[in-house]
Ligand binder design. Structure first.
Ligand code: PXP
Length: 238
């Protein structure tokens, strides 16, 4: 199972002070050294975390795969076509949301998605569509020419009742099989954590998981002791 590490929240920490640290590109290099199979960023219209400069630097530096999550705005499409990441993942984007809240509704967005896919494919950029795990969305994803689908695991991650969780897992597994039978590549992500990820890894048809918040949250905690010790060393230096 491959791991795409979403580093948006490295930029969230930097943007909290509008300063120069931490650099997302440095985090990308370290994530790759640790075994990440890809780096994922979402260039949002409101630029709340990742900035245009980050994307250009990442394109230069990432040696695995740079996967740009993006909404369907003209401006972001133009930037994506100019930077040419290895892959784009089309997601729905609303300004007020804290994070992406669900998959694309391809029954409504079909025409816009189809047009965007044509542009990306002409530029040899792999296109993935972030969708909820259901057959209708998969069928449209195939018809509009997607290379890959990313199954939304947010509902699975949010439910608390074990039976509801079992149902969500079943939907994900069934959709992954359907997608593979349609010759779509399959990834999954959103809301996955150190506690809930394991059952998803058992779904053989899913080739890659994209995980962000939980990894960045843990990195802050596993790193804080060393960071404090290093500052104390400076303060105690004669
Ligand atoms: N996949 C997609 C399409 C997303 O929008 C996000 C959030 O940016 C993720 C995966 C990662 O989600 P999380 O930060 O909850 O791990």
């Amino acid at each position: 199972m491959k791991l795409g590490v979403n580093i948006d929240h490295i930029a969230t920490v930097r943007q909290a002070r509008r300063t120069f640290e931490p650099e997302p590109v440095s985090a990308a290099v370290l994530a790759e050294l640790a075994g990440a199979d890809g780096i994922v960023v979402h260039l949002r219209e409101d630029r709340r975390h990742i900035q245009d400069r980050d994307l250009s630097l990442l394109k230069e530096v990432v040696t695995t795969k740079l996967n740009l999550e993006m909404g369907l705005s003209e401006e972001i499409i133009r930037i994506a076509l100019s930077v040419k990441p290895h892959q784009v993942t089309l997601v729905p984007e609303r300004r007020q949301e804290l994070t992406t809240e669900g998959g694309l509704d391809l029954t409504k967005e079909r025409k816009r998605v189809e047009e965007a896919i044509k542009l990306f494919k002409k530029n040899k950029i792999v296109v993935s569509l972030f969708i909820d795990p259901n057959r209708e969305q998969l069928q449209i994803a195939k018809l509009v020419g997607a290379d890959m689908v990313e199954l939304h695991t947010g509902e699975y991650a949010n439910v608390v009742d074990p039976e509801d969780r079992r149902i969500c897992l079943h939907k994900l597994a069934e959709s992954a099989v359907t997608a593979r039978n349609m010759r779509l590549q399959v990834s999954a992500g959103h809301g996955l954590t150190y506690n809930n990820v394991q059952p998803i890894t058992k779904i053989m048809e899913i080739e890659e998981l994209n995980i962000g918040h939980s990894i960045i949250a843990r990195s802050v905690l596993v790193g804080i002791e060393r960071a404090v010790r290093e500052m104390k060393e400076i303060l105690l230096r004669k």
